[in-house]
Write a protein that binds this ligand. Structure first.
Ligand code: ADP
Ligand code: MG
Length: 269
């Protein structure tokens, strides 16, 4: 039988609640250049613990590059990124360096548009892969139990022994969310998590993300699902040409007079 240590999990989320009001993630004057293009043009952004920020904006405005910079998949050219009030990384001789061992505790989970599960591994194996790698095969049973708990969280426990091709896109994306959660991240980043899905599968994925926000997970979500973004977010950031044009409370943003933003957010009010 499968047993989930809910007390442990609760303890874990309580740890996060203790940070209430403090800043989880801070970007200060971040710039990033690709060739001749300033892809991130002086981005400053604060994300308090437990809050949800949605990033919206036209294609090519730098949303993915911003997320990728936050989790270290891209280096930045100038500026700072801090996590938990400490410098997260800095650029030195064109190399990103994790600046402090202490910061390894603050892990970031990321979910992409394309879920990219390993096709030859089961759902459970996919979710266990990263934690096993990091733990070097210690605590294998604990990792398995935690992976099963994450699968239950996204409603995929009954599919634990299936292979990705046996699942719908929405189910695969939910597994990808469980996989990201399996490393016990402090912050979750979502880059258009429902853009590759058939319309009828979008809601099941959004529901899981919404549940995470209810549990107090700190999240940055790039999405075109405006209704969802306005429902779930504490702040909405509108990006254009590598810049943050607006960073507002959703209720406030709904009252915008800016034609371009209005056209973009459509009929959410
Ligand atoms: P968004 O996610 O908002 O659509 P991106 O962050 O993907 O925007 O891209 C922002 C800009 O950076 C685009 O002009 C894109 O062509 C460019 N870009 C993104 N990745 C690269 C790369 N690896 N090399 C060169 N240019 C890139
Ligand atoms: Mg993108």
């Amino acid at each position: 039988t499968i047993q989930v240590d809910y007390e442990k999990l609760k303890e874990y989320s309580n740890i996060k609640n203790k940070n209430e009001g403090k800043i989880a993630l801070e970007l200060k004057n971040v710039k990033k250049v690709f060739g001749n293009t300033l892809v991130l043009n002086d981005i400053s952004l604060s994300v308090p613990w437990g809050k949800v920020i949605s990033i919206i904006g036209p294609s090519g405005s730098g949303k993915s590059t911003l997320l990728r910079s936050i989790n270290g998949l891209e280096s930045i050219d100038t500026g700072d990124i801090e996590m938990g009030g400490l410098p997260f990384m800095f650029k030195n001789n064109n190399k990103i360096k994790k600046s402090n061992k202490k910061l390894q505790v603050l892990k970031i989970g990321m979910v992409f548009q394309s879920y990219n599960l390993f096709p030859h591994k089961t759902v459970l194996e996919n979710v266990m892969l990263a934690p096993l790698y990091h733990k070097k095969n210690k605590d294998q049973e604990l990792i398995r139990i935690h992976a099963l708990a994450m699968l239950e969280k996204v409603g995929m426990l009954i599919h634990a022994n299936k292979y990705p091709h046996q699942l719908s896109g929405g189910q695969q994306q939910r597994v990808a969310i469980a996989r990201a959660l399996a490393i016990q991240p402090s912050i979750m980043l979502f880059d258009e998590p429902t853009s590759a899905l058939d319309p009828e599968l979008v809601q099941e994925v959004l529901k899981v993300i919404k549940e995470l926000s209810n549990e107090g997970m700190t999240m940055i979500i790039v999405t075109h699902e405006m209704k969802f973004a306005f429902e779930v977010s504490d702040r909405i950031v509108f990006m254009e040409s590598g810049q943050i044009i607006y960073n507002e409370d959703p209720q406030q943003m709904k009252k915008t007079q800016d034609e371009r933003l209005l056209k973009f957010i459509g009929n959410v009010a």
